[in-house]
Design a protein around this ligand. Sequence first.
Ligand SMILES: [Zn+2]
Ligand SMILES: [Zn+2]
Length: 186
Amino acid sequence: MTDETLPTLRCANHPARETMLRCNKCDKPICVQCAVRTPVGYRCKECVAGQQAIFYNGNPSDSLIAGAVALVLGAIAGALAYAFLGFFGWFSFIAAIFVGPVVGGLIAEAARRAVRKRRSRQMKWIVAAACVIGILAGGLLVTVGPALGWGGAVADFTWIIPTVFLRWDVLLFAALAASTIYTRHL
Ligand SMILES: [Zn+2]
Ligand SMILES: [Zn+2]
């Protein structure tokens, strides 16, 4: 096949530009600048925007609901992790490696169901971040709570807060839970 058998295409958006590319969805000729590379081939910007509108069918409140679910469940998981992971001594790191992804998967699934499996662009980030904040907040509650006599005596926060955030096993647990959430289809 030679070049002569191919009709010269001109970009639909830039008539001055000759091109060899077509959008593989709507067949419109597009130049390199107008083409968007997708997992299923080159597409025009309009088709990509249309696909995203169908894929991301959630509304802004969905992200907030999913984030709130992750925050609450993360806080429960964080309180349990701070209370119990330490019992395993050095094995707490191995426990964190096993339990972190499982908890992250459960939180992602719970958040997904809370918004009836609708997706939105920022949901992954919001749910993963809310989970980490929840875990740290849960840890603060179980650590600071008793130290305060559950609100009674005045405690010196300057030593409590560093001990909460320097539990590497729990931080590893939080990181694994969050990264698992990020890999899920939210
Ligand atoms: Zn197209
Ligand atoms: Zn173009």
